[in-house]
Design a protein. Structure first.
Length: 384
């Protein structure tokens, strides 16, 4: 009944607005000129109060403001949500409160306000350290602005992370190695490094389907960049603790670890997802995606569009799929308790022989080689 405690309890707050829609982005984000932030505060606080009763008494380990571009929120809006959560749940002594930010001058000007509101970690969407590639990615900032914003963030927050995308158009291994080395020189303690993925329904997806997205690296070249990422970051004391995330020891994202360790998290805001254990049953939750529809639904009583009990088998599958992304791997007794059955031992032995996983009585971990092809590893483990 208390399986979620092994991962912790977090709050995700989705801010759905951006200044512009990036051509690679398939997140629930919208561009608008007029935002009534007071109305959004009222809606967020209403949702927190609605969700509070069955979750009372829990200790809150993390809050994550994601988006969209949360650095478009006024610091007063962020402060009100944090205070609203504090009135409902006791905060862990080391609670992590993260806000995603774009490195434009407007957002950077708000950093001190976010700090005063209670934010203690910023995750910056820098994406590239090359002005031409920033333009291709639809980013509104320059490299100079990103560096200036990073310096401001470092003065305001003890913990700063930033994102980069690799395997971009026209990028080769040597260019990525140089860019990553430059990023590591910026007194950074956490990096999220993502391979460019072409998603359906995005501007890049449409261009790719029409044969207009040219000069993408080959699969082999992208794989070389992934391996170089592991080697360079590892040599600099920032190994991958998860497939796409690198950190110095102790600087791992605690909120994201709740996801990967399959804890509970409440999601509020348009399009937010959650996983909550109520009376021993784990539920998948979703909210209305369109900002206007969400606001109207909240005003009518609930922004939730789905609260679905998860079958036992699905919880075990989700736990495996999330935990195997981590270097620490999956706890086998916990998996057995969730699934009601053992792992497919013949498949595990085969993967061990291939050098894809390591296996003890307590843990199953993907090796560096296995994490590079994790989907194939999971397909083998999830065979009926």
């Amino acid at each position: 009944m208390d399986d979620w405690r092994q991962g912790g309890f977090g709050l995700y707050v989705h801010w759905p607005f951006c200044q512009a829609k990036c051509p690679y982005c398939d997140f629930n984000s919208h561009v608008t000129n007029n935002i009534d932030q007071k109305r959004w505060v009222i809606a967020y606080l209403s949702e927190l109060k609605r969700c509070a009763p069955p979750l009372s008494g829990r200790v809150l380990n993390s809050i994550f403001f994601g988006g969209g571009t949360p650095s478009l929120m006024m610091p007063e809006t962020v402060a009100a949500v944090i205070e609203g959560a504090r009135e409902i749940w006791p905060f862990a002594n080391d609670i992590e409160i993260t806000l995603e930010a774009n490195p434009g001058s407007v957002e950077a000007g708000r950093f001190a306000g976010y700090r005063d509101a209670g934010v203690n970690r910023v995750s910056m969407g820098i994406q590239a350290l090359n002005d031409e590639d920033l333009r291709r990615l639809g980013r509104l900032h320059s490299v100079a602005e990103a560096r200036a914003a990073f310096d401001i963030a470092r003065k305001c927050f003890d913990r700063v992370s930033f994102d980069l995308i690799y395997a971009r158009q026209g990028q080769d291994l040597a260019h990525w190695q140089a860019e990553l080395t430059e990023a590591l020189s910026m007194a950074i303690d956490h990096l999220s490094l993502y391979q460019l993925t072409i998603e359906e329904g995005t501007a890049f997806g449409d261009r790719y389907a029409r044969g207009k997205l040219r000069n993408l690296p080959s699969d082999d070249s992208a794989a070389d960049m992934y391996q170089a990422t592991q080697d360079i970051c590892g040599a600099q004391g920032m190994p991958a603790y998860e497939i796409s995330n690198h950190a110095r020891p102790g600087e791992e994202s605690r909120h994201n670890q709740i996801y990967w360790r399959y804890g509970d998290y409440l999601g509020i805001g348009p399009g937010a997802h959650g996983r909550l254990t109520l009376d021993g049953q784990r539920y998948a939750t979703e909210t209305h995606r369109a900002p206007g529809a969400w606001l109207q639904a909240v005003a009518a009583g609930s922004g939730e569009s789905l609260c679905q009990p998860l079958p036992r088998e699905d919880t075990a599958i989700e736990y495996m799929m999330m935990s195997m992304r981590l270097r620490e791997g999956m706890n086998i007794p916990r998996y057995i308790a969730l699934a009601g059955k053992d792992l497919p031992l013949a498949q595990v032995a085969h993967l061990v022989d291939l050098g894809m996983v390591t296996h003890t009585d307590q843990t199953l971990c993907a090796t560096d080689q296995g994490r590079a092809v994790l989907n194939a590893v999971l397909r083998e483990l999830l065979v009926d």
